[in-house]
Design a protein around this ligand. Structure first.
Ligand SMILES: [Zn+2]
Length: 114
């Protein structure tokens, strides 16, 4: 029987992952990579609390795209910001803590100040 290091309860009774999903702030944003490819980045997932590989697999399936998980970040090919939020909410993340950052916000703000 596996025991959770965080709460000391057997794994089947442990709710650390559920709690963690509700409290962590997940940031979802897109970046442009080489050759102009858009990538959706999911940041802020705590690898100790959430199985990031499973989550990446689920996101790839639901977004029908390729992707990888590294250093606590998930990278998905293409722009899937909205879909990622839906999937995370379905998986038990609180949608209040999922932050979608629009890449052009800063630029627009600066422009309108004129
Ligand atoms: Zn636990």
């Amino acid at each position: 029987m596996k025991i959770c290091d965080v709460c000391g309860l057997p794994e089947e009774l442990c709710v650390c992952e559920e709690i963690a999903k509700e409290v962590q702030t997940v940031k979802v944003f897109t970046v442009r990579r080489r050759f102009g490819k858009l990538m959706t980045i999911v940041e802020g997932i705590d690898e100790h609390d959430v199985d990031i590989k499973d989550l990446t697999k689920e996101l790839k399936n639901r977004c029908a795209c390729g992707g990888t998980a590294k250093k606590g970040q998930i990278e998905l090919q293409g722009d899937h910001k909205k879909k990622v939020k839906d999937v995370l909410a379905d998986l038990g993340f609180s949608s209040d803590t999922i932050e979608i950052r629009e890449p052009n916000k800063k630029f627009n703000k600066r422009k309108s100040r004129k």
